[in-house]
Design a protein around this ligand. Structure first.
Ligand code: HEM
Length: 239
C-alpha cells in the first residue's frame, strides 16, 4: 500500500518554532481531554453519574455488564493512548532515548488494540444510534488498522512508513478532542442562529453530526502533514 521514500529537508528556524507551538497546544489539549473526560467517570458508578447527568453515563448505566466493561476499557486505554501519543513525535526523545520511545510505543499500540476493540462494541450502543454505529464503528476499525500498519512498519524497520502510519493513527486518536471541539462549535452556531431550541435539543442535533465529523477532517490534515514531510503517501496497489 505504501512505498518508502524520504528526502531530508532542512527545517527553517521560524517553521521549527511554529511546530513547537503547535505540538505544545496539541499536547496540552490531549492531556486536558484525557484528564477531564476520563477522570469524570472515575468519581462514581455509572448509575450515580447517570443520575447526575454526567457525560454519557446514562447511555451505559443500564447496559449489560460486558458493554459497561467495554466502556471502562475504552475510556482508560483510549485516554492513555491520547496522553502518550504526543511524546512519540518528539525528535529529541526518539534520538536520545530510543528505549523510551519503544516502551511508550508499545503502550500506545496495546492501548489502541484494546481501546478500538472496546470502541467497536460500544458503537452498537451509541447514543447517536445508526449514525453513531457507522461513524464510530468505521473509526474504530481504521484506528486499529492504521496503528497496526504503523507497528508492523516499525518491526520491518521501514521508518518512513512507520512515521506516516503513526501520523494517521494519532490523527484518528485525536478524534476525541476534535469531537468535543465540533460539539462546542455546532452548539455555538445554533445559539448564534437563534433557533430557540433548548440545550438538550441543541446538544442532540450537534451530536448527530460528530460520529463522522470528529475524524474525517483529521485524516485529510494527516495526509497533508505526511505529504509536507515527504513521507510515503497512500497507494491503491500494494506494490
Ligand atoms: C479514535 C477512536 C475512538 C473511537 C472509535 C471511539 C468510540 C467511542 C464511542 C462509540 C463512544 C460512545 C459514544 C456514544 O455512546 O454515543 C465513546 C465514548 C467515549 N470515548 Fe471514545 N472513541 C475513540 C477515541 C477516544 C479517545 C482517544 C478518548 C480519550 C479521551 C476517548 C474517550 C471517550 C470517553 C471519555 C467517552 C465517554 C463519552 C464522553 O464522556 O464524552 N475516546 N468513544
Amino acid at each position: 500500500m505504501t512505498t518508502a521514500t524520504t528526502r531530508p529537508h532542512p527545517t527553517p528556524r521560524k517553521s521549527r518554532g511554529r511546530s513547537r507551538v503547535n505540538w505544545t497546544l496539541m499536547m496540552l489539549l490531549a492531556l486536558a481531554i484525557s484528564g477531564y473526560f476520563v477522570g469524570q467517570y472515575m468519581t462514581g458508578s455509572l448509575q450515580t453519574l447517570g443520575h447526575e447527568k454526567v457525560g454519557l453515563a446514562n447511555t451505559y448505566a443500564h447496559r449489560p455488564l460486558p458493554v459497561q466493561a467495554a466502556f471502562y476499557v475504552h475510556i482508560t486505554t483510549a485516554g492513555l493512548a491520547l496522553a502518550v501519543g504526543p511524546f512519540q513525535f518528539v525528535t529529541a526523545i526518539r534520538r536520545r532515548r530510543p528505549g523510551l520511545h519503544r516502551r511508550l510505543g508499545r503502550t500506545y499500540v496495546v492501548s489502541i488494540a484494546l481501546g478500538s476493540a472496546a470502541a467497536f462494541v460500544m458503537a452498537f450502543f451509541s447514543s447517536a444510534a445508526v449514525v453513531g454505529f457507522f461513524g464510530f464503528g468505521s473509526l474504530a476499525v481504521l484506528w486499529g488498522w492504521t496503528t497496526f500498519r504503523g507497528y508492523r512498519a516499525a518491526r520491518q524497520r521501514d521508518f518512513p512508513s512507520h512515521r506516516a502510519w503513526m501520523i494517521r493513527s494519532y490523527a484518528l486518536t485525536y478524534a476525541a478532542p476534535t469531537l468535543r471541539l465540533w460539539l462546542g462549535i455546532l452548539i455555538g452556531v445554533q445559539i448564534l442562529a437563534g433557533r430557540g431550541a433548548d440545550g438538550q435539543t441543541m446538544y442532540e442535533t450537534a451530536y448527530a453530526a460528530v460520529p463522522f465529523l470528529c475524524w474525517l477532517p483529521n485524516i485529510v490534515v494527516a495526509e497533508f502533514m505526511i505529504r509536507r514531510r515527504h513521507l510515503p503517501g497512500l497507494r491503491l496497489s500494494s506494490g
